[in-house]
Design a protein around this ligand. Structure first.
Ligand code: GLN
Length: 324
């Protein structure tokens, strides 16, 4: 009987030449500028004016190495990627009771949809669609006692995870989110009518608009989710942010719901837990190996970064690292 050679250790990222791989991805993506870039979000002026031909990517490995290409140090609007941070905080605040108020099934509908809520008695399908993130925001406002205290806690959380002690709100984006946030206003009021929002709707909305309007760069964002690759340990601050069991669950929800009604396609092409934002960023996690962030402002029709998705697809292809 021939003896089979043991397979490579799939967690050993050191056998990959990451600078070379990122360089390849960077030049492929830049070759796609102008043709298949998608469309930048245009619901608020400060996102509509972002030039689409930009790309950045950062990979932070568990041993603390940072590999970055392109505009990886250019801050941008993190938008819905913040839903990962707020979910982690809400689970830290009230534990599994959160799942009584928000589900964990993919919605199959757009991120800002209202349609399922009526049939499902104001319990949003998952914490990554807007409806679910608004319930998470409500939990945090209750837990910290006021909108302001919850906002300060979120800023402290994001700063401690990312290592950027100045990470903060883009006031212009926050103001435009509020001015144009008709759907979010509708969602929060509708959910409140089912008693699944307990605080003043304006406080919940203000907190939510703050989290959408944070500005960070790819390196900071990859660092900010490193705890999800490392069983809950945040290397930046040295703190334990969540238990390994909770981290597995957050990653599972990212995998199934993190890219909205494209989560199936995303699992098919990329195969990593990930969370997108309409600013064009996507954070992704390779459990026990690395955390990543890509940024390319042009979006596909589901609101996910088109070239960012392509870059992650190429990363998992070139490294063979995926969870599926
Ligand atoms: N600010 C956006 C909204 O609330 C965030 C959506 C997103 O990034 N998918 O609709």
């Amino acid at each position: 009987m021939p003896i089979r050679t043991p397979p490579h250790n799939p967690h050993d990222i050191s056998r990959h030449d990451l600078p070379d791989i990122l360089g390849t991805i960077d030049s492929e993506v830049r070759g796609m500028f102008g043709s298949d870039m998608g469309k930048v979000a245009d619901y608020i002026p400060s996102l509509a004016s972002v030039p689409p031909d930009q790309f950045g990517m950062a990979v932070v490995t568990l041993d603390g190495q940072v590999h970055a290409v392109g505009s990886a140090r250019q801050p941008f609007s993190i938008q819905s990627m913040s839903k990962v941070h707020s979910l982690t905080m809400a689970l830290g605040a009230i534990g599994d009771d959160l799942w009584k108020r928000v589900g964990r099934e993919p919605s199959g509908d757009p991120f800002n949809s209202l349609v399922q809520l009526e049939h499902e008695n104001g319990i949003p399908r998952n914490p990554f669609i807007n409806a679910g993130a608004l319930v998470v925001a409500d939990v945090l406002v209750s837990h910290f006692g006021s909108r302001e205290a919850a906002e300060n806690a979120l800023l402290a959380f994001v700063r401690a995870r990312s290592g950027n002690s100045d990470a903060g709100r883009d006031e212009e984006v926050a103001a435009s989110e509020r001015e144009s946030g008709y759907r979010n206003v509708a969602l929060v009021n509708f959910i409140r009518s089912f008693d699944n929002i307990r605080n003043d709707v304006d406080d919940v909305l203000d907190f939510y608009f703050l989290q959408c309007a944070l500005r960070m760069d790819c390196v900071e964002l990859a660092r900010s989710v490193q705890y999800l690759a490392d069983g809950g340990h945040c290397a930046t601050s040295g703190e334990t942010v969540a238990s390994p069991e909770r981290v597995r669950r957050i990653n599972a929800v990212m995998m199934t719901c993190g890219t909205y009604d494209a989560a199936g396609e995303f699992a098919f092409h990329v195969g990593l837990p990930a969370k997108s934002g309409v600013g064009g960023g996507i954070v992704a996690v390779v459990p026990k190996v690395a955390s990543l962030c890509v940024w390319a402002p042009g979006l596909d029709e589901k609101g996910n970064s088109r070239l960012g998705g392509y870059a992650l697809h190429r990363f998992t292809r070139l490294t063979g690292l995926s969870v599926v």
